[in-house]
Write a protein that binds this ligand. Structure first.
Ligand SMILES: [Fe+2]
Length: 480
């Protein structure tokens, strides 16, 4: 992927792929052309590369204003051949980068550690659609462009363009391959098939028109070969990593029913869907036909149940419950995550359980969205230990303390963490105050989870440090 910052009617580039950073020998080469219809972005799919190999790539402009200029050099890594023996896979896991609420030190750290990771899994909220100042946490540390809430194609394009001026984000893209999916803020808050919490059809027009603009800008600006649901395409897809893991990316926004905000009866209604029937059938097929040690699910909203009842009824900590459930009204849960679609979660768990019983494959959910760190044991619908969930914190989007205006030393947040853990025994780890990202190393019999924390998102040169590490073993659960 690249973009040419040009106003020429059309720009042509030569693209080159090499196994050496100095491009001493060229493995693959070709030309590509772009213009304003795709906002001068370029996607190239260089077929016939070798599996499990590190490659470098670059673009050389051959026409127009920038003729002769080279892009920065990118580094990527191909996946191993499906089915071949693979002992280990390490994925960086990240989500939720709000430009105004903090700097992207987490991305700088990801680039620095790139050789440790096989790929970055980005689980949504790459941008935020809000107007300047409306979701800035302790910021704004810098200002959005455009300043108004995004609605048109030009709006969404400009927001991506502003993000991509960030040197740390550029470095993270240049250092390793990204596997991406959207969550809601690539369009609008708590989006669903026919609308969003942050969309008013009376003043902002037709939802699908706005959504299609957002999707077009996403596919232009993101390094992804999926095709837009606006053009009868889909972003849900899967990646094979040898005989070790099948990584399935789910689209949890395009086909879902509205978030549950009325009643528990609504959240548990068996007719409600998160995936939509077509995607559910595809996912079921994918799981049943895979023959790997791990079914890894890229998941943009939290999968494990989160019971907020005790937290809600605690006078000291009840504010934390509303910060964790965003727009929820009176429910003791977050109806925008899988807790608002419990019947479909059970159907998916039953599929995973049946496949586990037949092949031994273990589900591992890798999750973003909630701006806080979590680790969960995942149980089948009959209560047997089935798998695990890792939830990364946010790159910079506001967490509980920032939403509530609490100081880092406040007593409420640690109390809330204890209450949550007591009320949710499947929860092995929760941290509500730190930003950063996570990574997981998967081997045949265990998954090592690591959370990395940014010291201060208001400091553009902040340190990023290793913090909590947990090991989840098949058949045993968390062992450390
Ligand atoms: Fe987010």
């Amino acid at each position: 992927w690249t973009r040419i910052s040009a106003e020429d009617p059309q720009v042509t580039v030569i693209w080159q792929v090499s196994t050496s950073r100095d491009f001493h020998t060229i493995t693959a080469q070709g030309t590509a052309t772009t213009d304003s219809s795709r906002d001068y972005t370029i996607h190239v799919d260089p077929f016939s590369l070798q599996p499990a190999t590190v490659y470098f790539y670059r673009f050389i402009v051959t026409t127009g204003h920038y003729a002769g200029q080279h892009s920065p050099t990118g580094r990527t890594k191909t996946a191993p051949t499906p089915g071949t023996p693979l002992e280990q896979l390490t994925l960086a896991v990240a989500s939720c980068a709000n430009w105004e609420s903090g700097y992207f030190s987490a991305y700088r750290d990801m680039a620095k550690r790139a050789e440790l990771f096989d790929a970055t899994l980005f689980l949504g909220d790459y941008i935020y659609e809000y107007a300047s100042g409306s979701y800035a946490g302790n910021g704004p540390v810098r200002l959005h462009d455009p300043a108004h809430e995004l609605r048109t194609l030009n709006d969404y394009r400009r927001r991506y363009a502003r993000y991509r001026t960030d040197a740390d984000l550029q470095a993270a893209h240049a250092a390793l391959p990204w596997i991406v999916v959207w969550d809601d803020h690539e369009t609008a808050n708590n989006s669903w098939a026919n609308g969003a919490e942050n969309h008013n059809p009376n003043t902002q027009g037709d939802w699908l028109t706005r959504r299609n603009c957002a999707m077009q800008a996403y596919f232009e600006w993101m390094p992804v070969r999926a095709t837009s649901p606006s053009d009868n395409g889909r972003i849900y897809r899967s990646f094979s990593f040898g005989d070790l893991a099948e990584l399935t990316i789910m689209d949890l926004r395009t086909y879902r029913d509205v978030e549950a905000h009325n009643s528990v009866a609504q959240a548990t209604d068996p007719a409600r869907t998160m995936l939509g029937s077509e995607q559910f059938a595809w996912l079921g097929n994918k799981i049943e036909s895979s023959n790997v040690a791990w079914n890894v699910l890229g998941n943009s909203v939290m999968f494990a149940p989160l019971n907020l009842m005790t937290l809600k009824s605690d006078p000291a900590a009840s504010s934390v419950s509303s910060a964790l459930s965003e727009n929820i009204t009176n429910l003791p849960l977050n109806g925008d995550q899988w807790d608002g679609y419990t019947a479909e979660r059970s159907r998916l768990l039953n599929l995973l359980q049946a496949h586990h019983a037949r092949t031994g494959a273990t589900p591992l959910l890798l999750t973003g969205d909630i701006h806080t760190e979590w680790a969960h044991n995942i149980y089948s619908t009959t209560g047997t230990l089935l798998g695990a969930e890792l939830v990364c914190s946010s790159i910079s989007a506001p967490n509980v303390d920032e939403i509530l205006g609490l100081q880092p030393t406040n007593p409420i947040t640690p109390a809330a963490q204890s209450i949550i853990q007591a009320a949710n025994p499947h929860c092995r780890h929760v941290n509500l105050v730190h930003h950063g990202y996570a990574y997981v190393t998967i081997t045949r019999d265990h998954a090592e989870m690591h959370w990395l924390r940014v010291d201060a998102i208001g400091d553009p040169q902040s340190q990023v440090r290793d913090s909590v590490s947990l090991t989840w073993r098949k058949g045993e659960g968390f062992s450390s």
